[in-house]
Design a protein around this ligand. Structure first.
Ligand SMILES: Cc1cc2nc3c(=O)[nH]c(=O)nc-3n(C[C@H](O)[C@H](O)[C@H](O)COP(=O)(O)OP(=O)(O)OC[C@H]3O[C@@H](n4cnc5c(N)ncnc54)[C@H](O)[C@@H]3O)c2cc1C
Length: 378
């Protein structure tokens, strides 16, 4: 049976970042991915926003990683010529929401969001100059927010991991794991087996399913899945920045917002929050199950929400686009844990801002595995 030092399961943005960092640290790495290409899971079904880290609870991994990782991601993108755009974002408050907006600004300052020294609250009059078509009582300008091509990020991470000696095996579906106290044995759907000393579970939506094959019962958190749908306007949008409402108190998402395409010109609205049934289990096949289909009847609630800050959005001008699934754990935070099994590290609940945080998540995995962190070259 083949043996490697480290196996990374999943080649989304997190698995690719971990494989790259491990390989650059001199580890022998095999990354296995059940799909035919990297980054075809949630990594290709999100808003592609580089989040500045405004909202996350103090002390959470999301707060610790987001702003620091965003700063790195900009540098990484610049040095690798990855399409990105530091377009900024506005969080808008309607009449009566000004106090909540001020709290968001204070919180963002206190947790050290990216470019916090340039962040500022804008009045209705300021907004008339900055974004004349926007109707809001006040807004918070986040100068550190931007957009990035997630596909190019993953491609660059995979290429650099391979340059550093990592091997990627696509179309390889890890079905189960066995642990004898020191060595992990992975069995794939075609019966192939491989052993390793270090196992990183970066399986995204499916991380829990693999963990349940070998982690003692009761230790893997309960997962819930929350779909986020996107709609695309058939009319041009007049905005130069991302526009977000205040996040809903439920905490399930950041509110249905406007995201601009990284190439410029295009725009989309979303994601909303559509909870899937409590017993929903994510399917392996990204296309076949129909779970990602966007229900056109949701356009009405999108329109209501968008017209509250862009009243001139013509009714009937939204078309269903794509959707993604958020993986939720009870803590609401990223969970990087090994359940006391030495050599194993899993990333659970890597929802937003997981794309932004991927470089810091990778560094954290190396830290907990006891692997020296290689210097970055950007
Ligand atoms: C609607 C939505 C909007 C979002 N917007 C943003 C945003 O704007 N900015 C941001 O920073 N973050 C955003 N996120 C979060 C971000 O997309 C994710 O955190 C990130 O893509 C997670 O990457 P991943 O590598 O963990 O998962 P994935 O990209 O899903 O990768 C996991 C991979 O593991 C593979 N895999 C799983 N199990 C196995 C197995 N047993 N064997 C082999 N392969 C396996 C899967 O096929 C998959 O390719 C958003 C998420 C959603 C759902």
């Amino acid at each position: 049976m083949a043996h490697v030092s480290a196996v990374v399961v999943g080649a989304g943005v997190v698995g690719a970042a971990v494989a790259r960092s491990l390989a650059r640290a001199g580890q022998e790495v095999l990354a296995v991915e059940r799909l035919r290409q990297p980054g075809q899971g949630t990594t290709s079904r999100n808003s592609q926003v580089i989040h500045a880290g405004l909202y996350y609870p103090e002390g959470s991994l999301k707060a610790r990683f987001c702003a620091a990782s965003a700063a790195r991601l900009y540098k990484f993108a610049e040095s690798r010529h990855i399409p990105h755009w530091n377009c900024q974002k506005l969080v808008v408050a309607a009449e009566g929401q000004e106090e909540r907006l001020r709290s968001v600004a204070e919180h963002a300052q206190s947790i050290g969001c990216l470019q916090k020294e340039k962040m500022r609250l804008l009045s209705r009059e300021d907004l008339k100059i900055l974004e004349p078509d926007l109707v809001a009582s006040a807004a918070l300008l986040s100068p550190g927010t931007g957009v990035i091509c997630a596909h190019s990020v993953v491609s660059a991470l995979v290429a650099e991991a391979e340059d550093a000696g990592a091997s990627f095996s696509f179309g390889s579906d890890a079905e189960s794991v066995r642990w004898d106290g020191s060595v992990f044995t992975l069995t794939f759907s075609d019966g192939f087996q491989v052993t390793c000393d270090k196992l990183v579970n970066a399986g995204g939506l499916h991380a829990g399913q693999l963990a349940q094959t070998f982690v003692p019962p009761g230790l893997v958190p309960e997962f819930r899945f929350c779909k986020g749908n996107y709609f695309r306007p058939s009319v041009p949008v007049p905005f130069k920045r991302l526009i977000y409402p205040l996040p809903p108190p439920s905490g399930a998402g950041l509110g249905t917002h406007l995201t601009l395409d990284v190439e410029g010109g295009g725009a989309k609205f979303g994601p909303d929050t559509e909870w899937l049934p409590a017993d929903y289990q994510p399917v392996k096949d990204m296309d076949g199950s129909g779970v990602y289909r966007v229900d056109a009847s949701r356009a009405a609630s999108f329109e209501d929400s968008i017209q509250s800050w862009w009243p001139s959005l013509p009714s009937g001008s939204l078309e269903p686009d794509y959707s993604g699934l958020r993986v939720k754990v009870p803590s609401g935070d990223f969970e990087i844990t090994n359940h006391g099994m030495e050599g194993y590290w899993a990333q659970y609940g890597i929802e937003s801002p997981g794309l932004t945080s991927s470089l810091m998540i990778a560094e954290q995995v190396l830290r907990v595995l006891g692997v020296p962190i290689p210097a970055e070259d950007f």
